[in-house]
Design a protein around this ligand. Structure first.
Ligand SMILES: [Zn+2]
Length: 97
C-alpha cells in the first residue's frame, strides 16, 4: 500500500487528473483507509478549488524582471552544460563513449 508520504507527493497530480490508472487506484485505496490523508486531501482539494476561482493577475514588474533574469541565467547555464557534455564526449576515446 502507498505510504502517507508517497500519497502527499501524488495528491496534486491526482487532483489535476494527471495520474494513470495504477497510481490513481493506489491513491484512492490509501484515501479510503487513512483518515489523516483523507483530511489532507480534502484540504488540498479545497485549496486548489479556491485558487482556481482567483482571477489571474499579471505579476508585478519587479517579479517579472527577476523571473526573466532567472530564466535567462538558467537557459545560458543549460546551453553551456550541453556544450560541455558534447565537448566531453568528443574528447573521450572511442572505446569510452
Ligand atoms: Zn495516509
Amino acid at each position: 500500500m502507498l505510504s502517507c508520504k508517497a500519497l502527499t507527493e501524488l495528491v496534486t497530480d491526482h487532483l489535476e487528473r494527471e495520474l494513470s490508472i495504477g497510481p490513481r487506484m493506489s491513491v484512492s485505496l490509501h484515501l479510503s483507509s487513512c483518515p489523516d490523508c483523507r483530511a489532507y486531501f480534502g484540504q488540498m482539494k479545497w485549496l486548489v478549488k479556491l485558487l482556481r476561482q482567483m482571477p489571474a493577475e499579471p505579476a508585478p514588474p519587479k517579479v517579472s524582471d527577476k523571473l526573466l533574469l532567472f530564466f535567462r541565467r538558467w537557459h545560458q547555464a543549460s546551453k553551456m552544460a550541453a556544450r560541455h557534455r558534447t565537448r566531453t564526449l568528443q574528447l573521450l576515446p572511442a572505446d569510452r563513449v
